[in-house]
Design a protein around this ligand. Structure first.
Ligand SMILES: [Zn+2]
Length: 264
């Protein structure tokens, strides 16, 4: 009997580690449903990168708990696209619950008080903060990430100075755009041309009609365009944006209606 129990315990342990191992071998990009805000998890077995953290701690923590193994309490890199609460608000709770190794922010200096409070908290925790802009690049074993925006001194608002990334991962491309508007889209098209082409597009500014020009949409989001949106008073996503997507026959995914999107 004792022997049988031991064997069963051993099998259980084996299965447990087998499942853990399977999970930790995944390499994913996950467009999280964080309500009215933005957050994208770029996950590989060695490294976890978070592009924006949504508006609230409880939302981002419950989403991360679904995707990060329970034993892994580290987020290696948190990238904050710009100083809007719907993009950085969840970071306070992340700093309480996870070990964050490095924070990347836009070089544009913002006066937003809760953003400055967040930067103070990060400094007090002795987590290094660096700024990245166009021409910078992040390379890991699993992904190549090109920083396309901002160009220092070019534009004068938080939104326009959002960190824009082109991510190469699992033979797919992703364009992450923060809250840029059509003026920045036009400048990016002139600057990068076909390099903006991407399989997946994170639609700028939650589907605002002041973003997502026809020219920009026709170049990007060739498999899916993702609108990260929740209940809001701005009317996001605007019907004009949806009409442009439909006109171009682009498939789109709304996190408020369709939930979280996992791309393997
Ligand atoms: Zn936003």
């Amino acid at each position: 009997m004792k022997k049988l129990i031991l064997i069963l315990v051993w099998i259980n342990l084996f299965l447990f580690w087998f499942i853990l191992d399977l999970f930790s071998k995944e390499s994913l990009v996950v467009f999280l449903n964080v309500g009215q805000g933005s957050s994208v998890l770029i996950y590989n077995p060695k490294l976890q990168i978070l592009y924006d953290t949504g508006p609230f701690g409880f939302k981002i923590i419950s989403e991360l708990n679904k995707f990060l193994p329970f034993y892994d309490k580290t987020i290696d890199l948190v990238i904050i696209s710009h100083a809007d609460k719907d993009h950085f608000g969840g970071t306070f709770s992340i700093l309480d619950r996870f070990k964050v190794r490095l924070v990347i922010i836009s070089p544009y200096i913002s006066e937003e008080s809760s953003y400055l409070e967040l930067l103070n908290k990060i400094k007090n925790l002795k987590i290094p903060i660096i700024t990245l802009g166009d021409k910078d690049r992040i390379e890991t074993t699993y992904e190549k990430i090109f920083v396309l925006n901002p160009e220092i001194g070019k534009f004068n608002s938080d939104n326009e100075n959002s960190i824009v990334l082109k991510v190469y991962k699992n033979s797919k491309t992703f364009l992450l755009t923060g809250d840029i508007d059509q003026k920045v889209e036009k400048y990016l098209i002139e600057k990068y041309g076909n390099f903006l082409k991407s399989d997946y597009l994170l639609i700028p500014h939650h589907g605002s009609k002041y973003s997502s020009s026809l020219a920009f949409l026709s170049l990007t989001g060739n498999i899916y365009s993702i609108i990260q949106v929740g209940k809001n008073r701005y009317g996001h996503p605007h019907k004009e944006t949806i009409e442009r997507l439909k006109l171009l026959n682009k498939k789109y995914w709304r996190t408020d209606l369709n939930g979280t999107l996992i791309v393997k």
